[in-house]
Design a protein. Structure first.
Length: 475
């Protein structure tokens, strides 16, 4: 599949040149390479129809031919607008809607905003479609509060969309007078309809306003949440934490199968949406807090709160060591990590596995075909104390003999210091152990400095280490 925008440096689909099956394989392999050592990586869940999945479109207005206005997307790494008629990723209904918006704006003689000069009226158009409900929202972003002939614009827009077989549910004017690349401004005026659209996701209904965060790919979000909730093995009795919850979608999907859901999210608007969504769906066992997830969970653990299941869906930077430590202190039976970046997932897993959690498996989900993004669901179970000891031993003492397990390097070092006042390095201990026929860890065995001669254990220290080994009954 090719696209003429690609040749014009669109940059939106870096993997388009690669066959879809090969894209999926590449993503699955990437996940395996990063996290495969922690548990099995199941086949990636791709899309049957990997096109036109974006339910949200942002189009920027620019001058077109013959004094008419056009619109499209910025070319990669530039501020040049590439006119877009249709796009392989966008919902086709939204392509048609955008054509109608351009026709209506041209009929009203609206001028595109010029960033450099600060002239013109219309800046961007944001379109959203509820894939399950078919409802369509048009948000016209203007540089000034006054939209001349707003009623005529709406009338022209409804006629143009109807001609194209599209029904628009609501039209909103958003005012952004700042010199910024951020699309939406603060002020909003509803020109037609209710100012929001509804969509259904995993059996729950969501109200989506212009600024609401909402997952872009409806089909694959249902796959992702389905896997996440299934991994938590809920029975209806659990206290569930949904950390980094956005508008509460994962927690609300899980709420019917849990005793109680608590969602935590930094973005206040998203939390307001989450609370509204819970109410609107009649969900009574969910509460949402606006807070930094790390801070919130640290305070909750300090207060002795526990959770049976923790869902965590952090941004690309992943989570924090403090958050993960608190997760372990809450002692959930299951941690379900939904990741949008396998690199930070791998980093966070290194911590979680040390804290007594074991990755049962990973399922990559292709939420963004033709782009490099990879989403992964990982279920981690809490090891019981006996399993944990075994794993700790395996990780720590992987290739040591029984003799070596008798005292750690630290204990030997401390013994030597206490009895002789000498400081001995792990390397020296390793050398002496080897001389005594005790197998030592490989990494300590290798000289780390340029000149190995300098690192030979001095006789006096060797004697002290031998004394310590005798004391610990290792020789
Ligand atoms: N679970 C949601 C959102 C995931 S995106 C969904 O599936 O739709 C990650 C979310 O983490 C965003 O909503 C972002 O606002 C939030 N976030 C980022 N940093 C955070 C922090 N330090 N504490 C809490 N939430 C944070």
């Amino acid at each position: 599949m090719d696209c003429k925008l690609r040749a014009k440096n669109c940059g939106g689909c870096p993997l388009l040149g690669l066959d879809y099956a090969a894209q999926l394989k590449q993503k699955e392999e990437k996940v395996r390479a990063l996290v495969g050592k922690y548990g099995p990586v199941h086949p990636i869940r791709g899309m049957e129809q990997p096109y036109h999945y974006r339910n949200k479109v942002i189009s920027t207005f620019a001058p077109g031919f013959g004094g008419k206005l056009t619109s499209g997307i910025y070319a990669a790494n530039s501020h040049k607008v590439l006119p877009v008629e249709s796009c392989l990723l966008q919902d086709e209904v939204l392509d048609k809607t955008m054509q109608a918006v351009r026709a209506a704006a041209n009929a009203c003689r609206y001028q595109p905003y010029d960033e450099d000069k600060g002239t013109g009226l219309v800046r961007h158009c944001l379109l959203r479609r509820g894939v399950a409900t078919g409802q369509v929202m048009v948000v016209l972003v203007t540089a000034q509060p006054v939209l001349p002939g707003a009623k005529n614009f709406v009338k022209a827009l409804l006629a143009e969309t109807a001609q194209r077989g599209v029904t628009v549910t609501t039209v909103v004017q958003n005012v952004n007078s700042r010199k910024t690349s951020v699309v939406l401004g603060e002020a909003e005026k509803v020109l037609y309809g209710k100012g929001f659209i509804l969509d259904t996701l995993c059996g729950k209904s969501y109200a989506i306003s212009p600024r609401s965060f909402y997952q872009i790919n409806h089909t694959q979000t249902e796959v992702l949440y389905g896997l996440a909730v299934e991994a938590a093995k809920l029975t209806g009795k659990e206290v569930v934490l949904d950390a980094y919850c956005g508008i509460g979608t994962i927690g609300l999907t899980a709420a019917d199968h849990a005793k109680q859901v608590v969602g935590v999210e930094l973005n206040r608007d998203a939390v307001q949406d989450a609370i509204g969504n819970a109410r609107h769906n009649g969900v009574k066992n969910a509460r949402f807090f606006a807070a930094d997830a790390t801070r919130w969970i640290s305070e909750a653990t300090a207060a002795g709160e526990k959770a049976d299941v923790i869902f965590m869906d952090p941004p690309r930077e992943g989570s924090t060591p403090e958050f993960l430590t608190s997760v372990a202190r809450m002692e959930p039976k299951w941690v379900v990590y939904v990741s949008c970046n396998p690199v930070t997932l791998a980093r966070d897993l290194a911590t979680l596995t040390k804290l007594g959690y074991k990755a049962e498996g990973f399922t990559p989900v292709d939420m963004f075909p033709h782009t490099e993004h990879i989403e992964t669901v990982c279920a981690l179970s809490k090891l019981d104390i006996y399993q944990k000891i075994t794993v700790d031993l395996k990780m720590d003492e992987l290739d040591v003999t029984a003799a070596e397990t008798k005292a750690t390097y630290e204990e030997i070092r401390e013994y030597v210091k206490e009895h002789t006042g000498l400081n001995v390095s792990d390397l020296y201990i390793a050398q002496v152990k080897r001389k005594c026929g005790i197998k030592e860890r490989q990494n300590y065995n290798k000289p780390k400095a340029e000149n190995p001669k300098q690192l030979k254990c001095p006789t006096e220290k060797e004697k002290a280490i031998r004394e310590a080994l005798k004391h610990f009954k290792m020789i």
